[in-house]
Design a protein around this ligand. Structure first.
Ligand code: RP5
Length: 169
């Protein structure tokens, strides 16, 4: 069991700055959970060498989980997974003519031995919660924060349900 320091434990990558409105939601969740992260743009196609280098050096720099979001022919998460054995979480992004279905298929259909844990189209929030679940194996602080978040969600929904039940029909 370890203690969290200021060193980034999660690397968030995205293929383009146009992915930022979606991917910053992952950053927000990690901030709420007190998990340090680094965030960068690096494309599988337009910055191929840099992407490979990022993935190869991530473990050595102390990164423990990588989140990669990309749209259209989304190969970012897969290319990262090809260059590291760290857990890689892919976020297919809704962009282009096919509204993210292309990115979903490109991200999820990895060959055996090179897995990418793929969340829903634009599922950046869940990518961060999943990263927290992975980290919770080693960092007990994260377990407590995940439990507190689930409890807050539960309470909020119970409140909403109560308010709805009180409405006259
Ligand atoms: C992908 O192509 C990016 O991840 C982005 O979702 C999409 C469009 O990129 P831009 O043309 O907006 O840079 O590689």
């Amino acid at each position: 069991m370890d203690k969290i320091t200021k060193k980034p434990l999660v690397g968030i990558l995205m293929g383009s700055d146009s992915d930022l409105p979606v991917m910053e939601k992952a950053a927000e969740v990690l901030k709420e959970m007190g998990v340090p992260y680094e965030i960068e743009i690096s494309s599988a196609h337009r910055l191929a060498d840099r992407t490979a280098e990022y993935a190869r050096t991530a473990r050595g720099r102390g990164v423990e989980v990588i989140i990669a979001g990309a749209g259209m022919a989304a190969h970012l998460a897969g290319v990262i997974a090809a260059h590291t054995t760290l857990p890689v979480i892919g976020v297919p992004i809704k962009s282009g003519a096919l509204n993210g279905v292309d990115a979903l298929y490109s991200t999820v259909q990895m060959p055996p031995g090179v897995p990418v844990a793929t969340v829903a189209i634009d599922g950046a929030k869940n990518s961060a919660y999943l990263a927290c679940s992975v980290l919770s194996i080693k960092y007990p602080e994260v377990v407590g924060r995940l439990d507190a978040f689930r409890e807050k969600t539960r309470q909020g929904l119970m409140e909403k349900s109560k308010r709805l039940r009180r409405k006259p029909y």
